[in-house]
Design a protein around this ligand. Structure first.
Ligand code: 5GP
Length: 232
């Protein structure tokens, strides 16, 4: 295969020959945490994250959310619209966990109602620091359309995960602009970038299993994929 136009920590992005406005995103059997300081290569993981992402992107598209998703090629590759990625990670929180617990006096498990939206700089070299909306604007990026889309997406996710018996704790989104300057949802939608707890508990079905060395992520992610595939 040709060399990627973009090499992420667990995914690679390739041009699509003859289709300047499309890319292929290949999901690898790899998981990282703590900004790449912990790494493992769990077999099947790429395929499972790709398939979970595909199901969730399709659900959002059906509900009128504009995304980069066009389809899948094989089991580990998504065909997507080519975007210029906004260098801001958008986080939605419904329950306190992770960095909000470390950096505030909120305790893990505290309900966050209404949900909040946060912005982090997408820059590994700077360890992805928390941004204020004013700082995002100062970078020349209007946070409002991303905030509106993130809250709409949260509503759709709440309905979806409730059907799976899962509490949606938080998740990260990335956005990008196509050549017509339309804002589209980008990246992946998988348990690598969400916290998913078994309903009414704090039992994780997400990357925290790897971060905290508490279990097999492939087994947990597979359970999420099975639940998605068995939706009525
Ligand atoms: P936190 O800010 O608590 O570390 O993360 C909030 C949510 O966003 C979690 O679901 C976490 O998995 C996700 N998240 C935050 N930063 C990243 C990132 O750089 N990569 C991925 N895959 N997910 C992230």
């Amino acid at each position: 295969m040709e060399s990627p136009i973009l090499q992420g920590k667990v995914k690679s992005v390739y041009d699509v020959p003859g289709e300047a406005d499309k890319v292929s995103i290949v999901f690898h059997d790899k998981v990282t945490a703590w900004n790449g300081r912990a790494v493992e290569y769990p077999p099947e993981k790429g395929k499972i994250c790709c398939l979970i992402s595909a199901v969730i992107f399709q659900m959002l598209e059906k509900n009128g959310i504009k995304t980069h998703f066009l389809g899948t090629k094989g089991f580990d590759t998504m065909l997507c619209r080519k975007l210029t990625i906004v260098p801001v990670e958008v986080i939605v929180r419904n329950i306190a966990a992770g960095s909000i617990v470390k950096t505030t006096h909120l305790t893990e498990g505290t309900l966050i109602q209404p949900a909040i939206v946060e912005y982090f700089l997408k820059d590994d070299a700077k360890d992805d620091p928390l941004l204020t909306p004013d700082r995002v604007a100062l970078m020349g990026i209007n946070p409002e359309p991303m905030r509106d889309a993130a809250l709409k997406i949260n509503n759709h996710f709440q309905i979806l995960f409730a059907q799976l018996g899962i509490d949606l704790v938080d998740f990260k989104l990335e956005f990008g602009h196509d050549s017509g300057q339309n804002l589209l949802l980008a990246d992946e939608l998988s348990p690598d970038s969400m916290r998913l707890w078994k309903e009414g508990t704090s039992e994780s079905y997400d990357k925290d299993l790897f971060r905290k060395d508490k279990g097999d992520i492939v087994e947990a992610y597979n359970q999420i994929l099975d639940k998605l595939n068995n939706l009525p």
